[in-house]
Design a protein. Structure first.
Lengths: 747, 189
């Protein structure tokens, strides 16, 4: 039972009743005690009085020695109840007479000392002097039992008891009612307090009626409620703000592609945004709590880690630290991290915050850019060289043709010259190939006899292959044409053959290139390439006896940025570009390879209809004309050749080696000329600039632009300017004749 | 001569015995009258004399008169030589005539004065004299205090009426212990 846990009303009631009970009990006891005492006193008095009286009566017996008389007197004390013994002593304190209820009792022989009344062992002893007229005649001693008044007291107490009990009950009732005055408001308060947290009405307040401490309590309680409600409002606002802010943060974090992280002052990861998983393959959960020294950063270099750690120890920010990282799935990526220290108010390090992003694409794009810049540079170089080569070839071919023209067909010298011309043509083609190769990304789909491209490519390749690698070819001669960009096909071939070369490496090996035409039907589908629809395809196969590839590598070779070569030896773009090119050509590329057994690439390209074939290049008679031609080229030899050829075709040719001179000449006499043929790259004024100027004088003037390399201008642009025809150097007589005729013929 | 001492002793013894007995008897008698003599003083403690007795006047002794044959011997003199009654010196007078009664405060009437009792009483009652006797019947005849022997004890009877007629006030305490007697009516012959 734990009395202190009970309700206050019970406590108050108990207190009041207890107090009442105690007081009643005390007063009851006290009155009993007082009664007892007064009884005692009364008894003493009575005994004294009687003793004195009897003593007086004993004076005469004492005087006259009348013991019997004295005894008679003593016996008068019998009337006092409970008189136990009486003794009378004479003047000499000797026992004179004695009487006692108890016959066995022996009275003391000599008078005890005078005693107005003492209680001993349940009896009252009174010893008084017997005096008469100022003289003591003797002593009287009375012994009386005390039982009488004890009984009397008890009787009184019993009489009082019902009253006491009644009072107790009454006090209980009063207590029960009156304690409410104090306990009720407190209990109310307790009830209210319990409810108040559930109360939706926040404006609830207690009624402040009383002026006492309870009233004060109520007042204070109300004040507290006011404060609470204030705080709640503030807290609600703050919460709302926090939520919004948190949402803003989350939105921000999730919308950026960088991973936002935070570490504590022990450099342990305490937060990483979900993007971490996208970047590294590891979820924030897997990495949480790990310190920098525990986070194994696979692929990272000592340097960059040391740099970060040093910065962190120095409490300095670090920016854009790059490093290689191997993701959870094994893929290699490049990551760039920046971090800034978090300081508290005392300038102590609390942690670091920063971002990490995947810069692999950036790097590869940078690599690609470098590569394409390299290619551009090569292209520019090649273009430049080609231009010069073209000029030289023009001279070689031109003069050779001229020389050939003057000889009969079966002249042995003439036959030698034919060889020269063939070689020159081949050189021309080669230069064209170089030019088309250096010209990247520009498509030019046309019906193509792919064998020609293959052959040219192989020619180039042969010169770069080491002697340990044998080049075999099996090119079918008569196949259908494909719709293709010769440059790109060339690129594809070069790429695959270069890969094959690298696969073989320093070992002895065989590189085989074969071309055949196949038919795909439902029943005879290509097992390795089921997506090929029905139709005729050219199967271009490049195989090598190199190191081969395992299944994992094979699956990834066409992925951009995937390379088995070391950094700087390949960007991994080659096969991806090849794949893209083949796809654009509406073809398919497949690979078969086993480690140490070599690799075979099959390229399937759809054959186009015969009707789409261009006219066969037949030897025609060169048609000539008699119009007046203005020829501009800063190269004297070329200009000379052209003049001869054109003259042989019947045209009247005026040659200028300076574009400004030519312009001046034309301006002077615009009607003098029917056609202008101009080179592109010339000092003072380019061909197109000249053309533009000419068009201002004569808008419909037929102009042919003749150029060695197409860096600055292509056919479309030229035609857009108003130029009728576009010629690539070196021009052979046949082409020149055709184009000139075409330009001069009315549109 | 051996027998002589024995006889002497016997005789001597006899004498002594007699002497003792006599002495004893005498002593007895002495004792009784000693007590009675003492009682005079004791009675006086419990009795108030009338104002005419002039007991308050200093220099006036308390007079004890003995009339008749003095049984006291010299006891009274011896006793009251040093003892005082009512804080007064005591004079003991052995009265020769009745006339001297009036000068006494206390009168002892001896036994052989039966015949003169009436007269004595006549004198005493009018003179504030306390009459004391120790003869049988004296109380009823009007003596104030009459002593008698009972069971070896000296008791007394008081004729309170006679005393109060004479103006004496007797303490009730005394009365309680004493036998109260009244003057007997004379038997009319």
């Amino acid at each position: 039972m734990k009395p202190l846990q009970s309700s206050i009303s019970t406590k108050l009631f108990a207190i009041i009743v207890l107090v009442a009970f105690v007081s009643l009990l005390l007063s009851y006891g006290l009155s009993g005690w007082i009664q007892y005492l007064s009884f005692k006193e009364a008894m003493v008095e009575k005994v004294q009085v009687n003793a004195r009286l009897v003593g007086e009566y004993c004076v005469v017996p004492l005087t006259f020695g009348d013991e019997a008389g004295a005894l008679e007197m003593l016996k008068k004390l019998k009337t006092i109840r409970r008189t136990e013994a009486v003794q009378l002593y004479d003047k000499e304190e000797k026992l004179f007479a004695a009487y006692s209820r108890d016959k066995q009792f022996t009275p003391p022989a000599f008078a005890p000392p005078l005693n107005p009344g003492t209680f001993r062992q349940g009896s009252l002893y009174v010893v008084l002097a017997v005096n008469y007229e100022g003289e003591q005649y003797g002593t009287i001693a009375v012994q009386a039992g005390c039982g009488e008044f004890k009984e009397k007291t008890l009787a009184i107490l019993v009489r009082l008891l019902p009253g006491m009990l009644a009072l107790l009950v009454l006090s209980g009732l009063l207590a029960f009612r009156l304690q409410r005055l104090v306990s009720a408001p407190i209990l109310d308060l307790a009830d209210i307090t319990k409810e108040i947290s559930g109360k939706t009405d926040k404006t609830f307040r207690l009624a402040e009626e009383r002026k006492d401490e309870i009233g004060e309590l109520y007042g204070a309680y109300n004040a507290m409620l006011d404060r609470l409600s204030q705080h709640e409002q503030m807290r609600d606002r703050a919460e709302h703000e926090l939520r919004r802010s948190g949402q803003k943060f989350r939105d921000l974090i999730e919308s950026i592609t960088e991973c936002f992280w935070e570490v504590d002052k022990e450099l342990r990861l305490i937060y990483a945004s979900p993007i971490l998983e996208q970047i590294t393959g590891y979820s924030p959960g897997e990495t949480m709590g790990l310190g920098l020294d525990e986070l194994t950063l696979p692929g990272s270099s000592e340097n960059s880690l040391a740099h970060v750690v040093a910065a962190m120890h120095a409490r300095k920010p670090f920016k854009m630290v790059e490093d290689l990282f191997i993701r959870k799935d094994g893929k290699k990526v490049f990551l760039e991290s920046s971090g800034t220290p978090i300081m508290d108010n005392n300038n102590l390090l609390q942690g670091y915050r920063g971002i990490t992003r995947d810069i692999s694409e950036q790097r590869s794009l940078a690599g690609q850019l470098r590569q394409s810049q390299k290619m551009e540079a090569i292209g520019t170089l090649a273009g430049g060289i080609a231009h010069d080569f073209n000029n030289i070839l023009t001279a070689i071919l031109g003069y050779s043709e001229i020389a050939r023209m003057g000889l009969p067909p079966d002249d042995p010298v003439g036959k030698n010259l034919d060889e020269v011309i063939n070689a020159g043509n081949r050189a021309t083609e080669l230069v064209k190939q170089i030019l088309t190769f250096s010209r990247q990304g520009k498509e030019d789909f046309k019906p193509l006899q792919v064998q020609l491209i293959i052959k040219e490519a192989l020619k180039l390749l042969r010169s770069s292959l080491p002697t340990t690698i044998q080049l075999k070819e099996s090119i079918a001669a008569d196949t259908g044409l494909i719709l293709a960009d010769p440059t790109q096909i060339h690129q594809v071939l070069m790429n695959l053959c270069t890969n094959a070369k690298h696969a073989i490496g320093d070992e002895n090996g065989i590189l085989t290139v074969s071309l055949s035409q196949i038919q795909v039907t439902n029943s005879a589908a290509i097992a390795a390439c089921p997506q090929l629809e029905q139709g005729s395809y050219l199967d271009l196969a490049i195989s090598d006896t190199g190191c081969g590839m395992d299944g994992v590598t094979r699956a990834k070779i066409f992925d951009p940025f995937f390379t088995t070569k070391e950094k700087e030896k390949g960007t991994g773009l080659g096969l991806a570009v090849v794949h893209g090119i083949i796809e654009q050509h509406k073809g398919k590329i497949t690979v078969a390879s086993e480690p140490a057994q070599g690799t075979v690439f099959h390229i399937y390209l759809p054959v186009i209809e015969e009707e789409q074939q261009e006219e066969q290049i037949i030897i025609e008679d060169d048609s000539g004309g008699s119009e007046r031609i203005l020829f501009v080229d800063d190269e004297k030899s070329i200009a000379n050749i052209m003049q001869i050829i054109l003259s042989s075709l019947g045209y009247k040719v005026t040659v200028f080696n300076s574009s400004t001179e030519a312009l001046a000449a034309y301006t002077k006499n615009p009607d003098n000329f029917d056609l202008v043929i101009t080179d592109m790259t010339m000092p003072e004024m380019t061909g197109t600039a000249l053309a533009k100027k000419l068009f201002t004088l004569q808008p419909n003037l037929p102009v042919i632009l003749c150029t060695g390399y197409s860096e600055a201008i292509d056919e479309k642009t030229a035609k857009g300017l108003g130029i009728r025809e576009f010629l690539l150097k070196p021009v052979d007589k046949h082409t020149l004749a055709k184009v000139v005729r075409k330009a001069l013929n009315p549109a | 001569m051996k027998q002589r001492p024995l006889i002497s002793i016997l005789i001597a013894f006899l004498f002594v015995q007699t002497g003792v007995v006599y002495a004893y008897a005498q002593q007895q008698v002495d004792e009784e009258y000693l007590v009675k003599a003492v009682f005079f003083e004791r009675f006086s403690r419990f009795i108030e004399w009338p104002p005419e007795a002039e007991l308050d006047s200093p220099g006036v002794p308390f007079v004890i008169g003995v009339i008749g044959d003095n049984p006291f011997g010299s006891l009274l003199d011896t006793l009251y030589a040093t003892k005082s009654i009512k804080n007064k010196q005591v004079e003991v007078r052995y009265l020769a005539s009745i006339d001297e009664i009036k000068n006494c405060h206390l009168l002892y009437i001896a036994q052989n004065d039966k015949n003169r009792l009436k007269e004595i009483l006549r004198h005493s009652s009018s003179s504030s004299v306390l009459t004391i006797a120790d003869s049988m019947g004296f109380g009823q005849r009007g003596v104030g205090i009459n002593m008698y022997l009972e069971d070896g004890q000296i008791r007394f009877e008081i004729n309170n009426k006679a005393l109060s007629k004479s103006g004496f006030i007797v303490s009730s305490l005394l009365l309680k212990v004493a036998r109260v007697v009244h003057t007997a009516e004379k038997v009319k012959r």
